[in-house]
Design a protein around this ligand. Sequence first.
Ligand code: BTN
Length: 269
Amino acid sequence: MSRGSQDAPGGAGSAGRAKEQVGALKFRLRSFGRVGSTNDVARRLAKEGAAEGTVVVAREQTAGRGRHGREWFSPEGGLYFTVILRPELEASKVGMLRVVSGIAVAEGVGGRTGLDPLLKWPNDLYLGGRKLGGVLIETQVSSEMIALALVGVGLNVQKPQLVLREEPLKMATWLSDHLCETPEPRQLMLPVLKSFSRWYARLLQGELGAIKEAYGRLSALLGKEVKAVEAGQVIIGKCLGIDDEGALIVQTKRRKRARVVSGEIWSWS
Ligand code: BTN
């Protein structure tokens, strides 16, 4: 396996390997120290033939990416990992993949910590009104099917010592803000992977009703007045939930139902 300049201090030999069968997915862990982005390492491994279920986890990222081209602040003390998937799913189901990944992070973190994080559509994890984590999914599509999906999860665990001056970080929260004893970042990964494995299996089996029900239970938006932006258009109305493709359904004042497919939620109340 070739490794580039992003790899951990300590060199290529420092990347650990372990195998774990969890539910539907057989996870193979590839552990790194410092990388650019675990999604980039995972893409490279996928190109080299890494199997579905390969998980790339790093202690630190120097070029972590968020959704909509944002940076993901990734110092030591957080959890950063990417799961390689080769799902037999139509490209139209990528929205549902986003949804099940959000459910898995919320369930896994909630189960391990006893906290009750909620989801802002599609898969931002919120606690006490502040952002705790998020998921970046990057896909390769071939003949209308998802050939490869990289599910990158970032979770704020231990609040860093340095002063967080940057604007988006003022709206962030860390598990250590809410817990007397904060788990090690990696202790949170297995519960998330276990939950992901279950929900991924349900997605592949087409159990969309169960997924929508679970998402409704964990949603911070359901029944709330939301302001969304989709393809440059502002949509304001009551959040009714998600549809079979994972799009957010908003009932506008004019009693029209609008779908938010790839946009962003700006606010909710
Ligand atoms: C978001 O909320 O904008 C998504 C954040 C996703 C961050 C994770 S950290 C692991 C993986 N590698 C990346 O570069 N990004 C994702």
